[in-house]
Design a binder for this molecule. Structure first.
Ligand code: CTP
Length: 455
């Protein structure tokens, strides 16, 4: 008989988990030791500590997740300060939300010794980079989409402020309840049924970014949005205009980072989510095809774009088939940086001028492309990656944009030419001749230079 999954075990009644055994399946021994050390600190402060949110969900689904969210029924910032004092690292407190991020110290071997765990390993012990510490809190929203007012509360209230039942599970790490799974809203049942369900009817209007989260989780986990949740989702689309551009952009970035990004965006289109963000924002299957060409990402290296965030390139590819004026409006709404806005608009402009670009000589094509951001030219390339024009754009990236004339300013000076603005024009003329194959070596370039100088 196949071993029972953890979810099946807890659903069959085992609500108190053997923490070391269960955590061992998801975390390194060092991280487990750290969690118990943090639990020890919380116990000293007489404040129960819980693992919550996505980590608990994924623990039960047996999906990898190293984002540790800890909720303390007490003061998370105080807990963070104590941890920092004892073990080192850095603390980023957020006073108004009663939360803190504890960045673990660099020296991981020392950290392991400090938490009282002996290491037999030679290699550096595996820890997460940071841990989120949250004071259990209740949230209230003055109006749809506003940031919440926060007040300290117990774990149950903290679970109730969360988006979906499957994200509202808490696993107690301390005291007599250590190992207990708190599930007041039947998140376990929804995990088994594959359902995304809100905890109350105001969830989406309180925080309309949850609309985007719902679609993202549904695609990632292959879950369904439960019918009355779906109804509430649709009727809350009208609140999307209350959300800042930065917050929506961040959610769209998360959507683009998903493995199932195409399904997420398709579903956002189908449900009218994209339209609710901006009337001109849409998703078509051709956009998916283009986005798929980004992977494998070896093309990015050829273009020297490997350090550009994946989401930046994805946005440019997504928008390139929209009219430039619409892109300008969408990128304003989403508060893109000027560079990103420029890159997206330029890509659409290049696409619109594709027929005339195709007719240009190499040197003219190079000078037209050099006026545009490289990321935009790359988008034009991906649109043409199966044809001859695409091959030219690839040569532009690899070769042509790096070509200079053989001769340089010093050579002009040695010929007795007075330095001045003409230098640039002359060298540009020589470079064009080289790009177009008019000159093939230094001797021919010198001959051309003489001709240019003598008029
Ligand atoms: N949360 C919420 N509403 C939001 C954002 C977050 O209720 N708009 C809660 C959920 O309980 C969520 C937790 O905060 O599980 C942590 O947020 P986040 O890290 O964004 O979510 P994860 O569920 O961990 O998602 P992911 O797996 O994508 O990291």
């Amino acid at each position: 008989m196949a071993p029972k999954t953890l979810l099946a075990e807890v659903l069959s009644g085992q609500k108190v988990l053997d923490l070391p055994k269960v955590l061992k399946k998801a975390l390194s021994p060092a991280t487990i030791a750290l969690l118990f050390a943090i639990g020890g600190e919380a116990e000293r402060q007489r404040a129960p500590l819980y693992l919550v949110g996505g980590f608990v969900r994924d623990l039960l689904l047996q999906r990898p997740n190293l984002d540790l969210d800890l909720v303390i029924e007490g003061d998370a910032i105080q807990l963070g300060r104590t941890l920092q004092k004892r073990f080192g690292g850095r603390l980023t407190p957020h006073q108004s939300f009663g939360t803190a991020v504890w960045w673990l110290p660099e020296d991981k071997k020392k950290l392991l010794r400090n938490i009282g765990s002996a290491s037999k390993q030679k290699s550096s012990p595996q820890f997460p980079e940071f841990i989120d510490l949250v004071s259990a809190r209740q949230e209230s929203y003055r109006r749809p989409g506003s940031l919440p007012d926060v007040k300290f509360a117990d774990i149950r209230a903290d679970q109730y402020r969360r988006d979906f039942t499957i994200n509202a599970l808490a696993l107690c790490l301390t005291g007599l309840r250590a190992g207990q799974l708190l599930d007041p809203w039947d998140g376990l049942r929804d995990l088994r049924r594959g359902l995304l369900r809100v905890l109350h009817s105001k969830s989406f209007s309180d925080d309309p970014t949850r609309i985007l989260r719902a679609v993202r989780f549904a695609a990632r986990l292959k879950f369904k949005i439960e019918p009355s949740t779906l109804k509430q989702l649709k009727s809350s689309l009208r609140f999307m205009n209350q959300i800042s551009g930065e917050r929506i952009r961040r959610e769209l970035e998360l959507a683009l980072e998903e493995e199932k990004r195409v399904q997420v965006l398709q579903q956002m289109q189908k449900l009218g989510v994209l339209k609710s963000i901006h009337a001109g924002l849409k998703w078509q299957s051709a956009m998916g095809a283009l986005l798929r060409r980004l992977i494998p990402s070896s093309a990015l290296q050829v273009w020297g774009l490997e350090n550009v965030p994946f989401t930046d390139i994805s946005f440019v590819l997504w928008f390139v088939q929209l009219p430039a004026s619409v892109i300008a409006a969408i990128t304003d709404r989403l508060r893109f940086t000027a560079d990103m806005r420029g890159g997206a608009v330029a890509a659409a402009r290049l696409r619109a001028s594709e027929p005339s670009l195709k007719k240009l000589s190499t040197s003219r094509l190079v000078s037209a492309l050099e006026r545009e951001p490289l990321i935009s030219v790359f988008a034009l390339y991906l649109l043409n990656s199966n044809n001859k024009f695409g091959q030219k754009l690839q040569r532009y990236a690899k070769e042509w944009r790096h070509i200079r004339s053989h001769l340089d300013g010093n050579d002009l000076k040695n010929l007795g030419l007075k330095p001045g603005p003409d230098y640039r024009n002359i060298l540009e003329r020589l470079r064009s001749a080289r790009l177009d194959g008019e000159v093939k070596n230094v001797a021919q370039e010198k001959a051309l230079l003489k001709k240019v100088i003598n008029g």
